[in-house]
Design a protein around this ligand. Sequence first.
Ligand code: ADP
Ligand code: PHD
Length: 546
Amino acid sequence: MPLILSERKPWIVQKYGGTSLGKLLSTITSTIIPGYLQNSNIAVVCSAISGTSKSQGTTGLLFQAIEYALHPQKGQYGLNATIDAIRDNHLDLGRTLRLGADDGSRLELGKVFTELEHGIVEDCESLRVFLVAAQTIGELSGRSKDRVIAVGEKLACRVVVSSLARQGITAKLVILEDLVDKGYSGDKHRQVEAYDTLGPRFFDVLATEIGRRLEDCGESVPVVTGFFGMMPGSLIRSVGRGYSDLCAAMCAAGISASELQIWKEVDGIFTADPRKIPSARLLPTVTLEEASELTYYGSEVIHPFTMEQIRTANIPLRIKNVKNPDGNGTIVYPSQSGGTTTPESNSDPERSVSDLSISTFMRANGYYGVSQNRRTPTALTTKDSIVLINIQSNRQKKSHGFLAQVFHKLDVMKAVADLITSSEQLVSLAISSFDEPEKTTRLIAELEKCGKVEVFSDMAIVSVIGHKMRNMVGIAGQIFSKLATGGVNIYLIGQGASEINISLVIQKQDTLMAMNIIHADVLGIPKHTAHIPIVQNSLMKGPWLF
Ligand SMILES: Nc1ncnc2c1ncn2[C@@H]1O[C@H](COP(=O)(O)OP(=O)(O)O)[C@@H](O)[C@H]1O
Ligand SMILES: N[C@@H](CC(=O)OP(=O)(O)O)C(=O)O
């Protein structure tokens, strides 16, 4: 069967992260994509390529180039060297791909790789002109920074298109950097309104426009930039790093895909971060609520904004491992009633779904076994770099005035409060630390205008998450008593309105001990010493938004 797209096949959108593309490009383009093209139409969404770690990747280098442009005292040399490095990394990849492919009998491929080289050089040289100009002016708006960051995904997609061509697969580059403007067809009023809210309507319009562009690719495989547009206030500020997951979800919504796949270097979502808890187990399914809570509270497997897209478009999301393409991965169903995707195989006997008919499995929506029950919470996650702030009202205001004043200060300082507890005269806030420590000092000074302030630095949030926790009487007590036996002091307790998350603020130094205790004694997963291959961590530390 020719590996082309056809109207008869269902769509699958596949998103590949930067480190996966950097390390396993050949597996992706010669095995994974051709395999899926047999029975599906595939749209490929790419992040900017990283080498061995995300922090050393193209997006990291682009941030570095922005720094050089904004601080000319660091010298012209740094800016040029950074852009040269980005260019040369991609040219090297292109040359490696060309080796053995340009054999004279396939002259078209020679053309493909020449175009690739030209494209890379052109993108990098216009970036250089742009940043040198910014260096002269001495400023770079949020929108201009977006324009710089966009180059990373464009370069990655150029490489992927050529790599697919090498496999005889015709692919088309789809650049989305003008998406926000085009999506609104010049309707400035709607555009401004949408920018203000970044709400569902905004993303709907973008998804529709993306869908149109994917359809326009005809029989070619669309290779789409995970960067989806410059916007006032900046994509990087409003969505944050990892934005290509959200882009992939919009692609899936725009083309009404049967499945969205996010390919990573981890088998899926585990009961805890497998880097920290080696006995963590792969979860074959999690509910959308669980996935949302896990991502917001520190499990950086998928960008949290992705979830709302798959919920409204009703498309299942599967997380898969480029190093283990035959694995089932973890599937997140969009709604309680389940989706239309069938399990790929049943490779995990303990979590097997083979005893269930597919419809029962779908109804189960994440709960396996004949009883359809998890008698324990599903997973746990942690978030570091938390500051705990207690504010005692100075009693010059009634309770609602006091709270309004505190929240106004948070809003002005753009502080993210992960957990809040309050009584009439006291409010406790667990805040994600700012990248710049002086911002925390400023926030505290502002809050001191509301009352007496007490600050605890170097804290962490541990969250225990589970759909069935709503019905688990005594689970909170169990968590607290187990932690008490380990001598872990709890500073703040929060249970979300969804009742599927119990979060605790503890000292950062106690995090690993708390995780081990909860994982073994509350989730009931025994510690073991057997070797589990742990994927080399390639994540940046820190929150999604900065
Ligand atoms: N509950 C969890 N399940 C799976 N991975 C988790 C979890 N919590 C944190 N992680 C970490 O998230 C990382 C995501 O995978 P990775 O492929 O490295 O990301 P990226 O595609 O962004 O480069 C893994 O390194 C893993 O250690
Ligand atoms: N390249 C961007 C966007 C992205 O989505 O990255 P990744 O897929 O590697 O998380 C970043 O580093 O933030």
